[in-house]
Write a protein that binds this ligand. Sequence first.
Ligand code: BGP
Length: 475
Amino acid sequence: MGFQKGFLWGGASAANQYEGGIFEGGRGLANVDVCPAGKDRNAVITGHRKMLEMDEEHIYPGVQAVDFYHRFREDIRLLGEMGFQAFRLSIAWTRIFPNGDEEEPNEEGLRFYEEVFQECRKYGIQPLVTISHFDCPISLIKKYGGWRSRKMIDFYLRLCRTLFTRYKEYVTLWLTFNEINMILHAPFMGAGLCFEEGEEEEKIKYQAAHHELVASALAVKLAHEINPENKVGCMFAAGSAYPYTCKPEDVWEALLVDQENYFFVDVQARGYYPTYAVKRLKKKGVFPVMEEKDPQILRNYPVDFVSFSYYNSRCIAAPGGNSEEAEGNLFKSAKNPYLTFSDWGWPIDPLGFRITLNQIYDRYQKPLFVVENGLGAVDTPDERGYVEDDYRISYLRDHIRAMRDAVEEDGVDLMGYTSWAPVDLISAGSGEMRKRYGFVYVDKQEDGRGTLDRTPKKSFYWYKKVIASNGEDMD
Ligand code: BGP
């Protein structure tokens, strides 16, 4: 019982938060590079402050990140030591196509990931590759406005073809877009969208989302054509919406929030726009312009599996209530009085994980893959750089237990679990370094000082045991 044989244990990362080296190897500039840390970050990632170049007055934490670009051998060795079977990483689009629209890829960029995959192979680690983790070349934003343009589909597919062909012998697990539903909450970071004064933002967001959905379906088609062994998943930011009370208005509002998120997966996994979305988007006048062939494309190429991030549940109150607000993964919601909260105010809800797993599986009946889950916390190393992160162990233990219940008791079909993020890296939401998720501590401070040395934390040894026992030994 417990997790199936072949269940993939590992960890997840993203190029822009991990690699650094953004001016090396012929790499071009991307949206994610110009999202500054600090007070202007939110305006930039939401597309309300246009920043398409770096300036002197801001700090851009992705420039160096934690230098995976130069230290990948050491990091992958550590992952191997923990017994990782899967490592989720993303491709920096601009390492492969620096401007996004070149005819030929950049060999140096291709070579970099090839070496990363070769290194993984040494330790029997299977790469799980996110094709775009919030990644869009700046040049395509300047020329076409990012994903608001349909032209993006072709550039994205060029990237996909290059990756599927070149890495055929190394990679068979792919995700098309990271947290595709984030386009509604962080549209510049998610899809390179910047808004002009007076523009209808929602219309643009759903149009861009449609382009990504078509691109995702065509990527599935291409992946299967190039290698029938390929398995392609969608990826969304999950976390069930609870009604704040049993008042029907709260229940209704929670349903709407869930549908807003499931919309993307409904299209990617079932292959068509769900009726609630057609009705509502049309009523609001934001239904996207489609080409005649689009419904057939969506229909013909659904994903093979559904992946998602889970950090917390959400709690939703009807407008006009007097609930307190809680933070969350780029979403705000009402504060759930029954839960505790992380250092960043995110709710901690392991049973919510089981609920979410069940709801997603009920809805799609496809294999699931948990590709992000973890605790962002402040770590205080001792003089040797060692961190006793019992709080992280406790978060992960509770969540992995809940996940095991979902598999063992409820029958959810789960392919694997990659926690966020095995080695400390830059936060996506805030750009901070001090918000750490890793099993491995990185010596880098908020102001950029530090040796970048890696030191395993207490959770490193704990997770190693969990993996070795296939989730049996979690003490
Ligand atoms: C998800 C992203 C990740 C990651 C994670 C944690 O939204 O896919 O890139 O960073 O959230 O969020 P944060 O870094 O804001 O703590």
